[in-house]
Write a protein that binds this ligand. Sequence first.
Ligand SMILES: [Zn+2]
Ligand SMILES: [Zn+2]
Length: 283
Amino acid sequence: MVKIPGPIKNTLLAFLNLIYPKRCQGCGLALHYKSKFYLCKKCFKKIKINRPPFCIKCGRHIYGSADLASICGKCINSKYNFDGGFFCCDYEGLIKELIRKFKYNYKKYLTHLFDELLVNFTENYININTIDMIVPVPLHRGKLQQRGFDQSLLLSKNLAKVFKLPLVYNILRRGRDTEQQTRLNKNERLNNVKGAFFIKPPRRFKFPGIHFNLCGCKPPNRLKLPWVHYNQRGDKDKKMFDKKRILLIDDVATTAATANECAAVLKMAGAKSVYLLTLAKGV
Ligand SMILES: [Zn+2]
Ligand SMILES: [Zn+2]
């Protein structure tokens, strides 16, 4: 492929931006062609980042005075299979609109904004040294075909790259396409995802962009990701999660029923701890 030199590329992009300007996805304002996040400064500031003190179970902000081991009102009687949850923003207002655009209208360019939010949040509030690997909540194959991309995997890729952690994908799998959770209540959500996940290493990995093998061979140069390498199905492969401290990634959690079920499966596979990080959480 012919590589266009930087200055020429910039001129072309600036010219293109005159005809077809980048627009703020919040208010529609025309943006500079180099704007990465597709949001103007004013709209960016509208995103309310979740700040401490956090509930140690679900990650919700606790209002009023709270110590480091506080539990929010909603979690007092709740039990989760994961060891702690974190989320960047509440699933409401502008961020809700943007996530919906990202997921259902195929606005993949919003990934840069979400990556920024996740990386900043992780840097500030998560002790990444206590994490061994990143695992995205899997998407069912049918949904992947329908949507064209896996949003949790996209978000996980950048985190794995920035924090130099292995990204383990396609081993924790979704066995059935669970009904969309939005219209269900808490108990229905729990039942809906029960038994939906399982662990099965792939015989041969074919997804573009990521490569798994345990054979120790080098990844192709185009892959800049830290990687876990898979070769064949066997006992060794099944122990992938054994004694590992996992950061589970999803775009949105509401009752965290999906993450809870994933965490149960990962724990059964020997995971030492499972923490959940989502971009947003329904309130
Ligand atoms: Zn704006
Ligand atoms: Zn809580």
